[in-house]
Design a protein around this ligand. Structure first.
Ligand code: ADP
Ligand code: MG
Ligand code: ZN
Length: 498
């Protein structure tokens, strides 16, 4: 039997607001001491009243608009009731039947392995809720139950949930969807979307059905994946598990399963909970929202350029290759860095010269700078060499102060020390030597100490000149201007001819 895979994803995105969803506590909980960013509202103390964070509502609407959703006129918050130690109030304020955004789509690269090209994945809804506190379990070494501690800093941080339609048809398509959605929220600037920090998390629903069937099979929901890679692995494992269950004549049970990273398996956690288990009802402590059309229109107009558009513009305006444009729009920080450096380089009105600058700037960012950043796992946003620093370095190449290879050395020094290009050149004495007299001395030395190469040259082996030029570069510590060095070597050799 041939089966088709059906996947729908629920993605939780922490919004990058200054304060929490319903109180004035700072939303930035990561670096704070546990339980230092709390107040009666996010601690869930009786009598405390929530206030809606306007920025979080806007970020959710912006995401909805970028996903081609409708923003309804009327929306409200609801209480989702369940008991858990990390849920301070015993309920979570979420949105049930009237979310902030409904019925859109996200365009992704389909899975070529199943014959899919670019395709649209339906987005069911985007809603806004609050995050819960963080529990940390400390096992007891003697086999006892151990104990858990709760850090309430995360309680009440704005959390946006994006729910896809069950339109994905393979684990690879799930990865593509996550990649596109991740890029979208990042370029919108609504989230740092850092997966390691848990800013961008996903639950995956998956079922299989006989190829050609138009009804859905029973699904399971998988939780606890903390990288795109583990989402793909968990889905692949789960598809295979369901296939085996069906092959053995069994039935897939609708349940929640957890991905166990160390063992690379999913295990049953609990039976599926249904909406009625949560006893949803409208949040009585918050007013419903009437979303004015002018507000929506204003947000729509102000939407930032997203990665696919920016990539297309890099190709058409700067003449960059698709490959380079893809890499440069891999994150908003990268694209912003590139354009900031380029704008400092290309003040000319000559589009050809600007395209040359664009290629040069792109090559330095994607080549040497990325290599340095990758070496210490640093994001380009935290690069010790700022766009202006790179631009200054390229000016020193343009005016002949530096050769390309000297510039690489200068960049490394700038990266290590945070110094600016001109100072590094000055302090390390790295400027290119274009003074004929200084290079002639090195040429004379190279000729005097390499009689074999000289003899080869006189024998007609012209390559020997290159070898001697290499010696000149070595003697001048790479500082001789390369073209000039080669010309002087050739002149010196010609002078040896009888
Ligand atoms: P719940 O509220 O119980 O989580 P939803 O109907 O909101 O259920 O669906 C949650 C997610 O599950 C959505 O992303 C949806 O696309 C996906 N989904 C629903 N049915 C299936 C199915 N049969 N197979 C795979 N995914 C599914
Ligand atoms: Mg669910
Ligand atoms: Zn608070």
């Amino acid at each position: 039997m041939q089966y088709e895979t059906v996947i729908g994803l629920e993605v939780h995105v922490q919004l990058d607001t200054r304060s929490k969803m319903f109180c004035a506590c700072p939303a930035d909980y990561q670096d704070a001491e546990p339980n230092t960013r709390t107040c009666p509202v996010c601690l869930g103390l009786p009598g405390a009243l929530p206030v809606i964070n306007r920025r979080a509502v806007e970020y959710t609407m912006m995401t909805g608009l970028a996903l081609h959703c409708d923003i309804p006129d009327f929306t409200k918050f609801d209480r989702k009731n369940y008991p858990y130690p990390d849920l301070m109030k015993g309920y979570q304020i979420s949105q049930y039947d009237l979310p902030l955004a409904l019925g859109g789509y996200l365009e992704i690269n389909g899975d070529p392995g199943i014959g899919h090209d670019r395709r649209r994945i339906g987005v069911e809804r985007v809603h806004l809720e609050e995050d819960v506190a963080k529990m940390q379990h400390f096992p007891d070494g003697d086999g006892g139950a151990g104990y858990s501690l709760v850090d309430v800093n995360r309680s009440g941080v704005p959390l946006m949930e994006v729910v896809s339609k069950p339109d994905l048809r393979s684990p690879e398509e799930a990865r593509q969807y996550l990649t596109s959605l991740h890029s979208l929220v990042q370029f919108l600037g609504v989230s740092t979307a850092n997966m390691q920090d848990g800013n961008f998390r996903c639950d995956a629903n998956v079922s299989i059905r006989p190829m050609g069937s138009d009804t859905f099979g029973t699904r399971t929901e998988i939780k606890n994946m903390n990288s795109f890679r583990s989402v793909v692995q968990a889905l692949e494992y789960e598809v295979e598990r369901q296939r085996r269950v069906l092959k053995d004549g069994g039935q897939v049970v609708q349940e929640t399963r957890g991905w166990v990273e160390e063992r690379e398996v999913t295990v049953s956690q609990r039976s599926k909970e249904y909406a009625h288990d949560y006893r949803y009802f409208p949040e009585p402590d918050l007013p419903p929202l009437n979303i004015g059309r002018d507000w929506v229109a204003q947000l729509q107009t102000a939407l930032p350029e997203l990665a696919p558009q920016r990539k297309a513009r890099f190709m058409s305006d700067y003449g960059l290759s698709e490959y380079d444009s893809d890499l440069l729009t891999g994150s908003r920080a990268m694209a912003d860095y590139f354009e900031a450096a380029l704008s400092l380089r290309s003040s000319s009105r000559d589009p050809d010269a600007d395209q040359d600058s664009a290629k040069e700037v792109a090559n330095w960012i994607l080549g040497d700078l990325s290599r340095l950043l990758n070496q210490d796992h640093r994001d380009i946003a935290d690069s010790p060499v700022a766009p202006a620093g790179l631009s200054d370095l390229l000016s020193l190449i343009a005016d002949g102060t530096l050769s390309t290879s000297l510039a690489k050395t200068v960049l490394e020094e700038m990266y290590a020390t945070g110094g600016n290009a001109a100072d590094v050149v000055e302090e390390k004495g790295l400027a290119q030597i274009s003074d004929t007299g200084a290079i002639e001395a090195a040429v004379a030395e190279a000729i005097a100490t390499n009689p074999k190469a000289v003899a080869d040259y006189l024998d007609g082996k012209e390559n020997a000149a290159r070898f001697l030029m290499g010696q000149v570069m070595r003697i001048t510590k790479g500082q001789a201007q390369p073209d000039l060095a080669l010309r002087l070597v050739q002149e010196g050799l010609e002078a040896q001819k009888p």
